[in-house]
Write a protein that binds this ligand. Structure first.
Ligand code: HEC
Length: 133
């Protein structure tokens, strides 16, 4: 029992280690908590903590982080935008931590890397439709 609690704590801090803004007290702030501007930098500092290097994902007994590599669900820009804005299951919403511009950048980054080659770009308009700001 004790061992399990420790494990849960360790996994919890592991998952949150790379995005301190989310681990802190969630505040309803419209300002960005991340300085990174390029999709690559954003991916490396935020998403990689869960989705792993190369977007290959990971599945452990305690958690499942889907691969973004070769992921057909990224073909239409609306889906990854939706997930970032609203969150999905174990993935938190990033609406209050990323600007609309940062969401466009990171979405287009994952859609054109890791074996994905989706040409139709997500636009700022697409994101604004979902964030309503
Ligand atoms: C705290 C860990 C965590 C972080 C950080 C995170 N994700 Fe996720 N993500 C998840 C989990 C867990 C799921 C699966 C949710 C489900 O299906 O219940 C997921 C699902 C997704 C999906 C849907 C994949 C599919 O096949 O349906 C996309 C797209 C996605 N994440 C993109 C990103 C991007 C881009 C970032 C960085 C801005 C990011 N995620 C950061 C945990 C995370």
């Amino acid at each position: 029992m004790k061992k399990l609690t420790m494990l849960a704590l360790m996994l919890g801090s592991y998952a949150f280690a790379s995005f301190p803004a989310v681990a802190g007290t969630p505040t309803v702030s419209e300002s960005s908590s991340f300085e990174q501007k390029t999709g690559e930098d954003l991916y490396n500092s935020i998403c990689q903590g869960c989705h792993m290097e190369g977007g290959k994902g990971v599945s452990t007994g305690a958690g499942f982080y889907p691969a973004l590599a070769e992921n057909a669900k990224l073909a239409a820009p609306g889906y990854p935008i939706y997930v970032l804005v609203n969150g999905l299951g174990g993935m938190p919403s990033f609406k209050h931590y990323l600007t609309d511009e940062q969401i466009v950048e990171v979405v287009n980054y994952v859609r054109t890397h890791f074996g994905n080659d989706y040409q139709e770009k997500a636009t700022l308009e697409d994101v604004k439709t979902m964030t309503n700001r």
